[in-house]
Design a protein around this ligand. Structure first.
Ligand SMILES: O=P(O)(O)OC[C@H](O)CO
Length: 226
């Protein structure tokens, strides 16, 4: 799941930092405040203790559209990075952070709007911040890239949030239940993958320490060739 320890810490000979995949990651980060602002406009002051004066459903659609575009950049930058060999250590770190900023903003805004229970937001945020801190803490052993489970988790979170952002109740009540169901599934996968990252980090550390110990053992170089 993780890279060969320390192998990726040098970017020499790899793709340039300023490549299309990393630019798309930056675009995703830049879209987060726009998304928040559209939801604030949609709330008509309700977010700040005032009472809504008019129904600006249009801003809600706009916020959902910005969110969808941002999610799309996640898919495109990953595909481009792999297809054009644009994978960089920076991208491996920045891409999950960009996802977390977007998802975190969505969760917090929906909880502020009383549309998502706060405990769901808090549990997911603790996991997301925890994994980011863990990733930084083990960087000396190598970059811990997103796992398959982590990617599935982001897809579920994005799908759940997008469905919750769309004013689906207008179409049918049960669609809102589907959206909440996906969010709960996302929550479960979020926690499971969080535990998996902790285990991976320990394995990574053990592997690097064992390799270091082997390398520092005198006379090892010739062993096995005799
Ligand atoms: O597993 P995480 O938490 O590092 O996040 C995965 C990324 O969001 C996948 O793009």
């Amino acid at each position: 799941m993780t890279d060969t320890p320390r192998e990726t810490s040098a970017q020499n000979g790899q793709a340039p930092l300023l490549n299309i995949a990393n630019i798309l990651t930056m675009v995703r980060i830049a879209l987060v405040p726009v998304f928040i602002w559209f939801l604030v406009l949609d709330s008509d002051g309700a977010l700040f203790g005032g009472s809504p004066e008019a129904d600006n459903g249009g801003w809600r659609w706009a916020a959902a559209a910005v969110f969808a575009v941002a999610v799309l950049t996640d898919k495109i930058d990953g595909d481009l990075a792999r297809a054009r060999n644009l994978v960089t250590d920076f991208g491996k770190i920045a891409d999950p952070i960009a996802d977390k900023l977007l998802i975190g903003a969505g969760l917090i805004m929906l909880s502020l709007l009383s549309e998502l229970p706060w405990w769901v937001t808090v549990v997911i945020l603790i996991r997301e911040v925890g994994v980011t801190v863990l990733r930084m803490a083990v960087i000396r052993y190598g970059v811990m890239p997103a796992s398959r489970g982590g990617k599935l988790k982001t897809v579920l979170q994005s799908a759940g949030l997008l469905l919750m952002l769309l004013p689906l109740v207008v179409i049918a009540d049960w669609l809102a239940d589907v959206a909440l169901g996906i969010m709960i599934l996302a929550l479960v996968v979020t926690v499971i993958t969080g535990v998996d990252y902790v285990l991976s980090a320990f394995k990574m550390r053990r592997r690097v320490r064992a390799a270091d110990a082997d390398a520092s053992r005198p006379g090892d170089a010739g062993d096995g060739n005799a």
